[in-house]
Design a protein around this ligand. Structure first.
Ligand code: COA
Length: 349
């Protein structure tokens, strides 16, 4: 009996474009110390952050997403995409999603466009979603943008969170390709634990508060976080997720050239690296210049490290994120060559 031809493997999602963008406005630790009971030394030693970028009044998440998205498409050498995913915790509005307007402003009207919400893990969830669309044959080229304007939800008078967050956007383009090509993303680990939903919240604006039928208080309209508990979960969940991913791929810690974690707090990143037995020099950290930019933080950190030629084609990367939900996730890739490298400047190019 003639043997059936084996079906070809599903296409893999291969990174082929990358860019980051942050708005020009800068808020330094000294600026914060003018209005908050804090100081530069405390912020630097407890978080590793020196400054953050902040959107202008009237500038929304989609505005940042368009800037990063346009640059990422350009860096891929082909300004088309059949799907646009925006991952954000600070959408322009509760309805509609932010991705359709971003797609249209990028000249991609007609593309599939939707948002992914996984707080600061959004970029890794977005990568997995893009990989799924490509593997299923639903998409051939996906523009994935992580963008957040936390300045719109953080209470400027809350010294525990106002010091941490900055605004920004980072984007990648993924095309259909082969799993053994440089740039192929895979070996995902994704997880969540809703029992801890109260650790990171914006209470107002959703159906829970609206169906209760009362006007939200000032506190409920703002971002709230139980910092110490979040810190502990971030370290243990990120380390466990990274280990799971490495195990799935059969990689040893030594196989990782660069660990690119969600930029939460430098002490968290170093604790995770220590826990994994990774030298801290292999941990890509640029939060001193931008703070925690939410879903934008991994692609922004990547874009900076590639622009500075710290990450080079052929380098093996471990990406790990953690965020509200709680959510966490990791994946691996080998850095590819891009048609055009990201610009070394983070702001208006
Ligand atoms: N400036 C000066 N002092 C501050 C301060 C600030 N901005 N914020 C808090 N403090 C004070 C506290 O009131 C406390 O004072 P006390 O000892 O008199 O009570 C002291 O500093 C220590 O506070 P603590 O909350 O224990 O500090 P910490 O070392 O845990 O650092 C965070 C606070 C928020 C920086 C830290 O918990 C953190 O980074 N958590 C994770 C946040 C995060 O990554 N979130 C996003 C996840 S995606």
């Amino acid at each position: 009996m003639p043997s059936k031809n084996p079906s070809p493997p599903a296409p893999a999602a291969v990174l082929c474009g990358l860019a980051g963008w942050v708005p020009p406005g800068v808020v330094t630790n000294d600026d914060l110390a003018v209005r908050l009971d804090t100081d530069d030394l405390w912020i630097r030693t407890r978080t590793g952050i020196r400054r953050r970028h902040v959107a202008d009044a009237g500038q929304a998440t989609s505005d940042l997403a368009v800037e990063a998205g346009r640059r990422a498409l350009r860096s891929s050498g082909d300004e088309t995409a059949d799907s646009v995913i925006v991952t954000t915790t600070t959408p322009d509005r509760p309805c509609p999603a932010t991705a359709p307007v971003v797609a249209t402003r990028l000249g991609l009207a007609g593309a599939a466009a939707f948002d992914v919400g996984a707080v600061c893990t959004g970029f890794v969830y977005g990568l997995a979603t893009a990989a799924g669309l490509i593997a299923a044959g639903v998409a051939r080229r996906v523009l994935l943008i992580g963008a957040d304007t936390y300045s719109t939800v953080v209470d400027p008078l809350d010294r525990t969170s106002a010091i941490l967050f900055g605004d920004g956007a980072g984007a990648v383009v993924l095309r259909a390709g082969d799993a053994d090509e440089p740039g192929a993303v895979g070996h995902f680990d994704l997880g969540s634990d809703g029992a801890h939903e109260d650790l990171i919240t914006v209470a107002a604006g959703g159906s829970r508060q609206r169906s209760a039928g009362f006007e939200p208080t000032r506190a409920e309209r703002h971002f709230a976080m139980r910092g110490k508990e979040v810190y502990r979960h971030a370290v243990t969940r990120m380390a466990a997720s990274a280990r799971t991913t490495l195990g799935r791929a059969g990689w040893k810690t030594d196989d990782v050239d660069h660990f690119v974690p969600h930029q939460a707090n430098l002490r968290i990143l170093h604790s995770v690296a220590d826990d994994l037995g990774l030298p801290r020099e292999r941990c890509v950290a640029h939060l001193d210049a931008v703070g925690n930019t939410g879903a934008a933080s991994i692609p922004l950190a990547l874009a900076d490290a590639v622009a500075e030629r710290r990450i080079r084609p052929g380098d093996r990367l471990l990406l790990t994120a953690f965020g509200g939900g709680l959510t966490w996730g990791s994946c691996l890739t080998t850095w590819p060559g891009l048609a055009e490298a990201p610009q070394p400047k983070r702001t208006t190019a």
